[in-house]
Each structure stands twice: as structure tokens, then as C-alpha cells.
Design a protein around this ligand. Structure first.
Ligand code: UD1
Ligand code: UDP
Length: 381
């Protein structure tokens, strides 16, 4: 009998980043795997699993409309508690900083099951921003046996917190594995407006927003900024794949009604989103994953946050933190559109987050943890 590894995930970004790891585990001769989803997201999770051909073995179906953080935490821990009474994997793997990932780590720890944490060691150094993710990932680190740091920066953060160096492996971020295998496929857009836009050659400002700490007034300001940009730049089209969260939609979308050069879509399937990313001229986002992907494609990224746990692309010059002030958003987009020197200084393809081999390194590191193999050469950007 081969040891069973249990990936646990629940939201869109975890699914995207876990998919290459699930595939690598499937291909490995060392392990079996049982894929568990919490269903913290529903449509946005299923969309990713379908794309990658992953059929979860267990689905805890925890999502509720306007769910609370405590609700996500308790329903996940309860569901996993029951599962671990019947099935005890050799290790679980959780990804990132969502409440699913922290709840998964805590539930496994309570059952004495080793926790492997992918995307370990990211730190903004402010537990209220991003909220609750900074606290989530710090809590997960406390109960983790194997820390898979995406970069040397995240490894250093863990060492500073007295995590033993032998328990850290620098893998790169598996989002780059997912991106590289997906973007090359150039899938068709299911929305004809997007296919027309791609054919037109018009400049695209691609926008995503969802962060809890931006919800409410700040997000309404983002909506007003987008309206002003759309009106000032009729030659450009704004594409906004709207997050499923109704709180986000209610804040941003009212300002955008009736604007011909704004296309609001449902969440795009990952293949379509990465194609839009590769077509975009500028990216405006508060997403963690998009901050990691866009630099690989050489796209300037304006990040609507006050801080970031992903400083690597800021240092490389591809990402600028601009916060959520309405006037600043308008000004920074204007500058990128009209100052060629500024644009070309930011539009450099850099790969600080990975080289496409994170999943392979992850499986090797788990094999070392379980005494049936050895880690391989680490990611070195
Ligand atoms: C969650 C994560 C966040 C991550 C984000 C990625 C936490 C606390 N937050 O935030 O770290 O960056 O996912 O998108 O773990 N909804 C649907 N269908 C879906 C998804 C969401 O209807 O497929 C709606 C539901 O009403 C749900 C609400 O969105 O209650 C909020 O979802 P939730 O997972 O709580 O928060 P996110 O903002 O998505
Ligand atoms: N994404 C997607 N479709 C969309 C918008 C984003 O597939 O319409 C992908 C994007 O490429 C990235 C991930 O979703 O890999 C980011 O998810 P999100 O912004 O929801 O969460 P975060 O990364 O901020 O946790």
C-alpha cells in the first residue's frame, strides 16, 4: 500500500495552484492521493477542477451566501474531523492563506497528521491586511511540518520566525506551473464580446477586485475610478471579470452601467483569463495570484492594496502598489497609458515566483518528509 497524500482546498486560487500538485501526485509512483474540497467557493472552484479534469473524492460543500469567517472555519474543521475519523492520510497538503487552508491545517494537526504547507512564508507584516489572510498563513505555519516556500524571500521570513531550515524547501509557486501549461493553449473566449475585442486589437485594461479589506467604500471608489477611466479613454476597453461575491458586485458594478467600453463578465475559466491576461495592456488588481502571473507575461500591474506579501515583483519593477484612492487609480492608469517610458520600464517579463517545476519539487519534498525519497534542486530566481 502506498502512502495516501490528501490535498485539501476550497477556493479558486487554491484550486489553480493545487491542480499541478494534484496532477504530479497522480503521476507519482510513490503515493496515492485523496482529493478533498471544502467547497468554500462553489462555481469558481468547480470551474477550475473541470478545466484541469480533477474530480474530488470528497466535497464538504460548506459554502453559504455571505458566509462568515467563523462559519467557514467551523464547517471545515467539523467536516474534516469526521473524515479523519474514517481515513487517516500520511500527510495533508494545504495551499496559501484562505480560511479553508488554515482550517484544514488545524484539523489535520489535531489528528496528528503531518501538514505540508504550499506557498508558505508570505508575510505582509500587518495582521489586518490582507484580512484575514496574513493571520491565516501565520497560524498555518505554527502547525506545519513541511513548509514549501515559493521564493528565497518567503524562506527568509520563515527563518526569522525560527522555523527550522531543514523543514523548508524553496519550490517556486505552482501558479507558474499552472500558468505556463494553460496560457500556451490559447483557448477561445466563450463570450463573443471578448473574441471580438481580441480581434479588434484595442488596448485592454484588465481589472479584478475582491479583497475583504477593500469591500464597501474603497470598492465603490474603485467603481467610480473605472467609470472615469472609461470616459477619459474611449480608445481602450476595460474588462472586468466580476467575482461571484455579491458584496463585490454591489459595490463596483453600479458605476459601470451604460459604458460602451466596459465589458463586465462572469468569472472567466482559467484558460480564458490567462489568454485575456496575455492580451491586456495594463492590469489593475487586488488579487494575490494575478500579481504573480502578470509579471511572467510582462504586463505592468497596478495593485490596489496598501501593502503586499509578494514584494518580489515590486522589486523587479513590474508591480506598483497604489492603494484604493480613486484619484490615485485614475492617475496611475493614465500615466501608464500615456507615458511610454514609464510603461516600458514596467513591462518586463520577469519570473520571480517560479519556473514551472514547483509541483515536481513539492512531491519530492513530501517523499523526503515521509522517508521514501529526497528533495530535488530548489527554485533559485
Ligand atoms: C476567499 C478567500 C480569499 C481569496 C479569495 C479568492 C478567505 C477568508 N478568503 O475570499 O483569501 O483571496 O477567496 O477569490 O478564505 N461566492 C459564490 N460563488 C463562488 C464563490 C463565492 O457565490 O464560487 C460568494 C458566496 O456568497 C460567498 C461569498 O462569495 O459567501 C464570499 O466567499 P468567501 O470565500 O467567503 O470570500 P472571498 O472573498 O471569495
Ligand atoms: N482568475 C480566473 N478567472 C477570473 C479571474 C481570475 O481564473 O475571472 C484566476 C487568476 O488567473 C488567478 C486566480 O484566479 O490565478 C486569482 O484568484 P483570486 O483573485 O480570486 O484570489 P487571490 O489570488 O487573490 O487569492
Amino acid at each position: 500500500m502506498r502512502p495516501v497524500i490528501m490535498p485539501i482546498y476550497g477556493t479558486r486560487p487554491e484550486a489553480i495552484k493545487m491542480a499541478p500538485i494534484v496532477k504530479a501526485l497522480e503521476e507519482s509512483e510513490l503515493f496515492d492521493s485523496t482529493v478533498v474540497v471544502t467547497g468554500q467557493h462553489r462555481e469558481m472552484l468547480d470551474q477550475v477542477n473541470e478545466l484541469f479534469g480533477i474530480e474530488p473524492d470528497v466535497d464538504l460543500k460548506i459554502m453559504r451566501p455571505n458566509q462568515s469567517l467563523s462559519g467557514i472555519m467551523t464547517r471545515t474543521i467539523d467536516g474534516l474531523d469526521e473524515l479523519f475519523k474514517q481515513e487517516k492520510p500520511a500527510a495533508v497538503i494545504v495551499q496559501g492563506d484562505t480560511t479553508t487552508s488554515t482550517a484544514g491545517a488545524i484539523a489535520a494537526f489535531y489528528h496528528g497528521i503531518p501538514v505540508v504547507h504550499a506557498e508558505a512564508g508570505l508575510r505582509s507584516f500587518d495582521i489586518f491586511s490582507p484580512f484575514p489572510e496574513e493571520a491565516n498563513r501565520k497560524m498555518t505555519s505554527q502547525v506545519t511540518s513541511l513548509h514549501l516556500a515559493p521564493t528565497s524571500v518567503s524562506k527568509k521570513n520563515l527563518l526569522t520566525e525560527n522555523i527550522a531550515e531543514k523543514d523548508i524547501v524553496v519550490t517556486g509557486n505552482s501558479v507558474i506551473d499552472a500558468l505556463l501549461t494553460t496560457v500556451e493553449k490559447e483557448v477561445p473566449f466563450s463570450d463573443p464580446q471578448l473574441e471580438e475585442l481580441a480581434a479588434s486589437g484595442r488596448r485592454v485594461l484588465l481589472v479584478t477586485t475582491h479583497r475583504r479589506e477593500n469591500q464597501g467604500g474603497a470598492m465603490e471608489g474603485v467603481g467610480r475610478a473605472l467609470k472615469r477611466i472609461a470616459e477619459a479613454e474611449p480608445e481602450m476597453t476595460i474588462v472586468l471579470p466580476a467575482h461571484k461575491n455579491p458584496v463585490v458586485r454591489e459595490a463596483v458594478l453600479p458605476s459601470l452601467e451604460g459604458l460602451d467600453n466596459v465589458v463586465v463578465t462572469e468569472p472567466l475559466a482559467y484558460g480564458e483569463f490567462t489568454r485575456m491576461l496575455s492580451l491586456a495592456h495594463v492590469v489593475l488588481t487586488d488579487s494575490g495570484g494575478v500579481q504573480e502571473e502578470a509579471p511572467s507575461l510582462g504586463k505592468p500591474v497596478l495593485v490596489m492594496r496598501e501593502n503586499t506579501e509578494r514584494p518580489e515583483a515590486v522589486s523587479a519593477g513590474t508591480v506598483v502598489l497604489i492603494g484604493t484612492d480613486e484619484n490615485r487609480i485614475v492617475d496611475e492608469v493614465h500615466r501608464l497609458l500615456h507615458d511610454e517610458g514609464h510603461y516600458s520600464s514596467m513591462a518586463n517579463a520577469v519570473n520571480p515566483y517560479g519556473d514551472g517545476r514547483a509541483a515536481e519539487r513539492t512531491v519530492a519534498a513530501i517523499a523526503e518528509l515521509l522517508g521514501c525519497g529526497q528533495r530535488v534542486d530548489e527554485f533559485n530566481q
